[in-house]
Design a protein. Structure first.
Length: 113
């Protein structure tokens, strides 16, 4: 059974850090371009970060220098390290395997004092 399961979200103060995980089962995620998206209330889903099958990374301007996407082949998991978090980073974060359009269920990130 193909599945993507995100975890690691939560409530954090501005300036804090979180690491999101996206564990894949039923397929090998390193064969695909993997994305992290986010969707804030009342806003469209936004592409945040991408790691390609060959390891290239790309980021939205709003998170560049603060977020890092990386993967662990052995754990079949992709991560999003988020530092210097801002209230505007508050959203539900989703991972996605682009070529096969697999999506996880999302994990809530709330940045608030």
């Amino acid at each position: 059974q193909v599945q993507l399961v995100e975890s690691g979200g939560g409530l954090v103060q501005p300036g804090g850090s979180l690491r999101l995980s996206c564990a894949a089962s039923g397929f090998t995620l390193s064969r695909y371009n993997m994305n992290w998206y986010r969707q804030a209330p009342g806003k469209e889903r936004e592409l945040v970060a991408t790691i390609t099958s060959v390891g290239y990374t790309n980021y939205a301007d709003s998170v560049k220098g603060r977020f890092t996407i990386f993967r662990d082949h052995a754990k079949n998991t992709v991560y999003l390290q988020m530092n210097s978090l801002k209230p505007e980073d508050t959203a539900v974060y989703y991972c996605n395997a682009k070529e096969v359009n697999y999506w996880g269920q999302g994990t809530q990130v709330t940045v608030s004092s």
